[in-house]
Ligand binder design. Structure first.
Ligand SMILES: Cc1cc2nc3c(=O)[nH]c(=O)nc-3n(C[C@H](O)[C@H](O)[C@H](O)COP(=O)(O)O)c2cc1C
Length: 184
């Protein structure tokens, strides 16, 4: 392979496409599309999300230090796209895309009723990086819709999550094999 040195390309892909909610101390919520997000530690479960300094959601999370991560199914890609380009400073984003904020169990930020998976997190560390600040949140509760559960596992074909890569949205591809199976 002839590799070329490039700049301005995020080479790590695909990234999960999620909706993150935040709220300030007075329970004023916001929701935004987030792909700069990932699992950092399994036990205890930590999730890190990079949030643009200066955005409305950044202002709210700074006030309260809590967030939820919501995994939406393919059918909500239009809503996720929209929520990635409008600001909660100017509009009620939940109302605009007709998604329903739902009280979380442990945190002030709401979950999203229509989400297949909602993960409640409390920020334990903030790392100021540059364009984004990294919020490292400890997971306090995970809610999974029964329709995407197969016993205690997620049925990925039912879930139909969305990924972000190279400026586009993608559905998940075909299964290549089970972890640890040797794939022989
Ligand atoms: C595909 C996609 C992924 C995004 N990922 C992030 C992200 O991880 N962190 C972030 O702060 N903004 C991200 N954004 C941008 C925010 O969703 C966008 O700036 C939003 O309008 C912020 O809303 P707010 O002003 O209500 O906070 C993403 C946008 C898109 C379209």
């Amino acid at each position: 392979m002839a590799k070329k040195l490039v700049s301005g390309i995020v080479g790590l892909m695909p990234l999960p496409l999620t909706l993150v909610t935040v709220a300030n101390k007075n329970n004023v919520p916001d929701v935004f599309t987030a792909s700069w997000i990932g699992v950092l530690c399994t036990d205890p479960l930590y999730i890190g999300v990079g949030i643009v300094a200066g955005s409305y959601s950044h202002e709210l999370i700074e006030d309260n230090g809590e967030f939820t991560v919501n995994v939406m199914q393919e059918g909500f890609v239009k809503e996720m796209d929209r929520l990635g380009s409008i600001s909660g400073r100017d509009t009620d984003k939940f109302e605009e895309v007709r998604l329903t904020p739902h009280p979380a169990k442990e945190v002030k930020a709401p979950t999203i009723l229509e989400a297949a998976i909602s993960i409640e997190c409390r920020v334990q560390n903030i790392i100021r990086l540059g364009s984004h600040d990294l919020y490292i949140g400890r997971t306090l509760a995970t809610h999974v819709d029964e329709s995407v559960l197969d016993g205690d596992k997620i049925n990925i074909e039912e879930l139909r999550p969305v990924s972000y890569a190279a400026g586009s949205y993608w559905s998940i591809g075909r299964k290549l094999g089970q972890v640890g199976s040797g794939l022989g």
